[in-house]
Every structure is written in structure tokens, then in C-alpha cells.
Design a binder for this molecule. Structure first.
Ligand code: GDP
Length: 529
């Protein structure tokens, strides 16, 4: 086994091995690696590599069809331009020219309005005095809440809203967002300065907050002649109908005048934006392929920090790079007594065998002795809080016997057991695992899990979704192949806006339909139903 830095630039070729090394980055990586802990394995820091095992030498589009700006220094954030190199096949999903041009305009606006500018200072001062700020810049502040999957889905949703309404997104920097992601916009920062006045301890953002939009609507304290300098938007699972009026056209014309919006969210609210006739034409142009919204936004926004990227590349090169096929399995158990359950294990086995993602393990009599010199190697990457799932799967195949003669290797990078959101290393492992899952060829994910949604959508993969079991029983069928790679909005509005008030939102637009993993609960975008 050897590890290489595969980085464009100076290329060394060593006998049978193709080794590509960019010396300056190699040196900076060594420096960087010498100061970090690598949580996935013990002190194998120098393995933090990108092994481009693509034999074709096809130049990969490191700017992802213009999605990324070239204005960043590469070494500061290795994942930004090298991510696409890890994907063995070029993505079939190209960003639209309109999306690309909108992103470039956004970046300029963010530079003019972001932290450190006069505009930001003035807008913040107005907020200090509870006065309306009038100027080019209007802001939307994302608050960090819930697990990492939820956070990534809500950042993407808030950013899309910012693009559509020409606001500046600023992210709550009180937790560990800075340890997870590099800056996405050049020459500025998306981190909300820590002295932001509304994060003073006297403010608690919840439905009772007096400047909560839904509460103001309930109390009739907001109208076109009485606009507050800031509003809190409550877009969570327990939002009331009035909170969800935020997405309506009439409400948006009012909200547009509020210079500061603060969003508490745990829902991927992108589908709700499509219901608004003001946003729809723009959205159609931005995303002609509707199921690519999160895929493109995530590729644009989320660049793991060098520390996280070291975990991803190390693990990928060590365990996944040489396989003929990679299967990702994400197992999330939503129960108070969550842990290892036989019915969940049975479900995973039943799904993967039924869908021919894995062969059946064979008894000695049944097993095919594969005399081929290079039997197909399938690497299975399991992500779960509980290590028992991969252990059982490994046991199934450990004698090397499969009914088809293929070789199955099973890996699980971590088994944290307990969710510990906001703990730096824990969140970094979670992010690394999402990226590793996104690099697989086929993926099976758990119903309702935003962790799973991010993983498959990031990778541009249509997942097999495991149905949520009830009463310790393995569902039959165990899983369903999704027709869309978009995440699901788990808590959609149960009503329309004006003309379509009372209409079931699952029937308003042909391309917004129920999610396969939770019938009649969630909504998502589809290109083909
Ligand atoms: P969801 O609860 O499944 O929708 O996903 P979230 O990501 O929002 O919250 C779950 C959190 O639990 C993750 O962010 C991690 O902190 C932790 N977690 C859950 N499953 C895994 C896993 O497979 N691997 C790791 N490393 N962490 C996990």
C-alpha cells in the first residue's frame, strides 16, 4: 500500500505506479498534517492524500462547469478545487449558465456588504439602535441548530433564498461551522461576527419571540406601514401556519423591506420556494434540472476544511480507491433506545440483496470458487453511530464466500454511539463520512435522515431509501429506489397561500411530489415522476 498526493502540477511517474505530486502543496500538507489529530485512524497523518486512480488521465473540471470561482488560493482549502478529482466519473449534472452568472453577481454583492465593509457597519449600527437600515445591503442570518445534516440542508435553503432576493447570507459562527467548512465566497467572509448585537444573551429565538414573523402575524403587529428592523423566521418542524406564510408572495413583498432576517430552521425548505410565483421563473432558469438544486448548491457552498479533507482522502485511498465498485450504506435509527436492532440489520441485508447491490453470502457447498485472477471487489462503506452493523455485515462475508464469487470488504470509519453535535471532532467525522458516502457508486440511506439526504445528493446519487420500520418489524419491501436525488422537505406546509389556500401542497406543482420514504408527509423536487 502506498499513498500519494495527486495534485495537478508537477507529475512524477514511478515505474508501474502513477504518482502525481505537486511539491508546494505536498510540503504545505506535510506541515499541516504535522499539527492535526487524525481521528479516523491512529497517527497515519501522512496518508492524507488524494489518489486519482482514474486511468484515463481525462482532465477533470476543477471549477465544476464554472460553478466555482477561480479566485481562491488553492492551498488554503485543498478540497475546494480537488474535490472533483476524487469523483471517478465526471458528474452528468452541469450547472446552468444562469446559475453561474447569478453566483458571480452574488459574490460581488457579498464583497460589498460582508463583514468589515462600511455597509455592514452601518447596517449593524442601525440594528443596535433598532432602526431601519436603508441601503444596498440586506442580510439573512442563519442560526446553527440541530445535527449537521439539518444544518447543511438549511444553509443551502437560506442561501438559495438569499440568491433569489439579493440578500447576504451570514452564518452563525458560535458553534463549529468554521472547523468544518472553508469560506465559500472569495475576498470576504460568510461568518457572522461574534459581536452581532442580536446574539446578545437577552434574545431567545423561538415562536414566542416578539419579532417572530408568525407571532407578529398572529398579533397583527406587522403590516406595510409598520416594518420592523429585523424579523425572526421560525422554519422548524413545529412551525405554525402563520410561520409558513413566509413563503407566500404577498408576505414576501412585506418581508423584502426588512433589512435583517434571522432564520431558525431544521427543514430543507427549497420546495416551498418553488410554490411562490415570484421566485418560480428564476428558479426554472437557475435549475432546469430540478432535482439538482441541493447537488449544485452543496458543491458550491461546502468545502471541507483541510483537517476534514485529510480524513476523507486518507480513508478513501486506504479502503475505497482500489475497489471495482463502492456501496455506501447509511444506517440511522430514530428511537429513544437507538442502537443495534436485528430487524434493521435484516432490512439492510434484505434491501441490498433484493436490489442486487450485494450478493448473498454462501455456505461452503454453495460458494463459487472464483478462479479468476481478479474477482470483482466491492467495498462497502457503512456509516452509523453503531459499529455493530458493519461488524455483522463483515461476519456475513468474512470467509470470502459469496454466491457470485465477488469479494466483499466492509468498512465503517467511526461508531460514535451518541450524537454530539457541536463537538468539533465529532462533527468533523460526521462531515467526512457524508463525503465518503457521496463518493460511492450506489448508496442505501435511512428514511427521514438528513445525514443520508446530504450524502446522496452531494454525490449526485439516486439512493435506495430504507423505509422506516415500525414495531421492531422489518418493512416489506425493505427499501425503494428514489427517482430523485433531492433531499426531502420533511415538514411541508399543509396549506397554499391565497387562491390555493387549503389545497394540499402535494398537488399544486407537477414536479413537487411526496417523498418516497415518508408517504404523505414530505415533499421533494422531481424531474421524472
Ligand atoms: P439526522 O438526524 O439523521 O437527520 O441527521 P443530522 O446530521 O442532522 O443529525 C444526526 C447527527 O448524529 C449527525 O450530524 C452526527 O453528529 C451524528 N450521526 C448520526 N449518524 C452518524 C453516522 O453515521 N456517522 C457519524 N459520524 N455521525 C453520525
Amino acid at each position: 500500500m502506498f499513498h500519494i498526493f495527486q495534485i495537478s502540477g508537477i507529475v512524477f511517474r514511478a515505474s508501474s505506479l502513477k504518482i502525481k505530486i505537486l511539491i508546494p502543496v505536498f510540503i504545505s500538507c506535510l506541515l499541516f498534517l504535522s499539527v492535526i489529530d487524525l481521528p479516523f485512524s491512529n497517527n497515519q497523518l501522512l496518508d492524507a492524500t488524494i489518489n486519482d486512480s482514474s486511468e484515463s488521465d481525462t482532465p477533470r473540471d476543477k471549477l465544476i462547469g464554472g460553478l466555482l470561482t477561480a479566485d481562491f488560493d488553492e492551498g488554503s482549502c485543498l478540497s475546494r478545487y480537488h474535490k472533483s478529482l476524487l469523483y471517478r466519473k465526471p458528474s452528468p449534472y452541469k450547472p446552468s449558465e444562469y446559475l453561474v452568472s447569478k453566483l458571480r453577481s452574488y459574490e460581488m454583492l457579498h464583497k460589498r456588504c460582508g463583514p468589515g465593509t462600511k455597509a455592514y457597519k452601518d447596517a449593524k449600527e442601525s440594528l443596535d439602535h433598532d432602526e431601519i437600515y436603508v441601503g444596498e445591503c440586506r442580510y439573512i442570518v442563519w442560526i446553527a441548530e440541530y445535527g449537521l445534516g439539518n444544518r447543511m440542508l438549511t444553509i443551502a435553503s437560506v442561501f438559495l433564498y438569499a440568491l433569489l432576493t439579493e440578500r447576504i447570507i451570514l452564518v452563525d459562527n458560535r458553534k463549529d461551522v468554521n472547523d468544518l467548512f472553508c469560506e465559500p465566497f472569495p475576498g470576504t467572509s460568510w461568518l457572522l461576527p461574534l459581536d452581532f448585537p442580536l446574539f446578545n444573551y437577552t434574545y431567545r429565538y423561538n415562536k414566542e419571540y416578539s419579532r417572530c414573523y408568525g407571532t407578529m402575524l398572529n398579533n397583527h403587529t406587522i403590516n406595510s406601514t409598520s416594518i420592523p428592523p429585523h424579523l425572526y423566521l421560525h422554519i422548524l418542524h413545529d412551525s405554525r401556519d402563520n410561520d409558513r406564510m413566509f413563503f407566500c408572495q404577498k408576505d414576501q413583498s412585506l418581508i423584502d423591506k426588512v433589512p435583517w432576517l434571522i432564520v431558525g430552521a431544521n427543514a430543507y425548505f427549497v420546495p416551498s420556494l418553488w410554490f411562490n410565483p415570484t421566485f418560480q421563473p428564476d428558479l426554472m432558469k437557475l435549475f432546469p434540472q430540478k432535482e439538482t438544486v441541493f447537488h449544485h448548491l452543496a458543491q458550491y457552498l461546502f468545502h471541507p476544511t483541510n483537517q476534514v479533507w485529510a480524513m476523507v482522502t486518507h480513508y478513501y485511498n486506504t479502503h475505497l480507491a482500489n475497489a471495482d465498485e463502492r456501496l455506501g450504506i447509511q444506517i440511522r435509527v430514530f428511537r429513544k433506545d437507538a442502537g443495534y436492532f436485528q430487524h434493521v440489520m435484516d432490512q439492510v441485508v434484505s434491501c441490498t440483496q433484493r436490489e442486487k447491490l450485494l450478493p448473498e453470502s454462501a455456505t461452503q457447498e454453495e460458494s463459487k470458487v472464483n478462479i479468476s485472477k481478479s474477482p470483482k471487489l466491492i467495498a462497502v462503506l457503512v456509516a452509523s453511530l453503531y459499529p455493530e452493523y458493519s461488524e455483522r455485515l463483515k461476519n456475513m462475508f468474512w470467509e470470502g464466500n459469496t454466491s457470485t464469487g465477488e469479494i466483499i470488504e466492509v468498512y465503517q470509519p467511526s461508531g460514535e454511539r451518541i450524537q454530539q453535535s457541536d463537538k468539533k471532532l465529532h462533527d468533523q467525522k460526521a462531515l467526512a463520512e457524508m463525503y465518503l458516502l457521496s463518493l460511492t457508486d450506489n448508496i442505501v440511506t435511512s428514511a427521514r435522515s438528513t445525514f443520508g439526504y446530504v450524502s446522496y445528493s452531494l454525490g449526485g446519487l439516486k439512493p435506495w431509501l430504507l423505509y422506516q420500520p415500525t414495531d421492531l418489524i422489518t418493512p416489506d419491501p425493505p427499501c425503494v429506489r428514489s427517482k430523485s436525488m433531492e433531499p426531502c422537505l420533511l415538514t411541508p406546509p399543509s396549506h397554499g397561500c391565497d387562491a390555493d389556500w387549503g389545497t394540499n401542497s402535494g398537488k399544486i406543482l407537477s414536479f413537487v411530489r411526496y417523498c418516497e420514504d415518508i408517504m404523505y408527509g414530505g415533499l421533494k423536487l422531481y424531474d421524472k415522476i
